[in-house]
Design a protein around this ligand. Sequence first.
Ligand code: ADP
Length: 498
Amino acid sequence: MAIKRQRRKLKVLFATSEATPFVKTGGLGDVGGSLPPALRHAGCKVSVVMPKYSTIPWEFVEKMQHVAEFGVPLAWRNVWCGVEHLSYRDIDFYFIDNEDYFKRDTCYGHFDDGERFAFFSKAILEAMEHVEGMRCDVLHCNDWQTALAPVFLREFYRGIDYMDNVRTIFSIHNVQFQGQYSDKMLGDVLGLEGTPAADQLRMDKDSIDFMKGACLYSDMLSTVSPTYANELKTPYFGEHLEWVFQQRADALHGVLNGIDMADWNPASDPRIPQNFSAKDLSGKAACKAALQQELGLAVDPTRPLVVNVGRLTKQKGLDLVNYAFETLMSRGVQVAVLGTGDPAYEDSLRYFAGRFPGQAAACITFDNNLAHRMYAGADLFLMPSQFEPCGLSQMISMRYGTLPVVRETGGLADSVHAYNKYTGEGDGFSFANFNADEMASCLLEACEVFWTQPDVWRQLQLQAMAVDFGWGIAANDYIDLYHQLHPEVIRYVKRRDI
Ligand code: ADP
């Protein structure tokens, strides 16, 4: 039978556990906040669904409207669920409400995270019956917190007209966090015992893995950079799921994230001491002096100021930083880190800050305003990750004329082009191996350029600032993928684009 072709905008429901400005613990929050508006701009209808955490600022909560309430079946229980609606930047945001699960100080790290996000994933599907605006052509799930939605969809919601049309895409933002729990959840919480999904979720004899389920059940998979899409198929990066990614290689796509170019804009950023742009970089020197002052570093324009903003975890290469710290100090470099995470790294950074006053600073906190000042005031941004699905910090720093020094992995390899001293091309510095000496020599070579070739340095800053990291390209790529899932729908093109 011939397929009936239609030209219309696809309806996408974007399911995420974080979205700025409501809640953010890392890069997923940035993506949840800025990809949906870009998708809308690029030509599809998009709504977002996320948990209603009690940490969402009151200014948003007070504007939310209660649109539905119903019970969500979780194995033998029926759990109360409310849905609240808020229109923000012309996007419909739906918040899944249940205070038992989401009235907590932090988003993650609780004993019942598996149950909390199993509830969230099931509630998304139940809500489609009650909230017309959540019905969609494409359900775009992100990371393990929403991984069970594609599994539940195929196991429990077949034969419902508005559900049968739904195609699923699952985006992996970090394969290290898979949502692995005891297989007792299959019967007690998920209601999947005895179903085919039980076998697919099983990791070993007594554990299950939410992400594995999504990778096997979703119609399409994506991850946040082309290089990481390839890396996932190898044992070093695949975290025991490499065979799944090899098996589903045809369905797996790598789409490089973008950043919110309006939020991260040195020319208009209200959070930095002085604005600047590629045309006039003078404000950057003022930002650097102010940052040195604020962090208790020697206020000296000739000292290269190297910063890092991010989670303090093994993934981010903190072992290399610790190992090379004294070498960098002995060469006169200033180092400042803003982050929270593994207590061992927090302590070692505090130790270095105490040992090298005026030259090293450790801000062990989560502070978005300070992050803006650090991106703006630094000369170099150090990101020696062991693996990096995409990484946003290197893109943000480039936007502020702060040159990145990165390890060539995942999205870092896809977004930073190493300086070529023969051609002058490039927008940062990079090294290949996960090795502290290699990192230190790469960083010191960058400092050498800073010290001895100010014109080259300035040119590299301009090249970095000129890169378009906006969401437009990624949004178009995602829409192409959505249309592959719905070949009967012809892509809607704006009249002025024809
Ligand atoms: P990941 O998602 O692996 O944590 P990304 O580089 O993709 O890393 O994104 C991290 C985001 O979180 C960036 O916007 C960064 O500025 C922000 N961030 C991380 N740690 C902090 C912190 N301590 N204070 C402020 N912002 C932070």
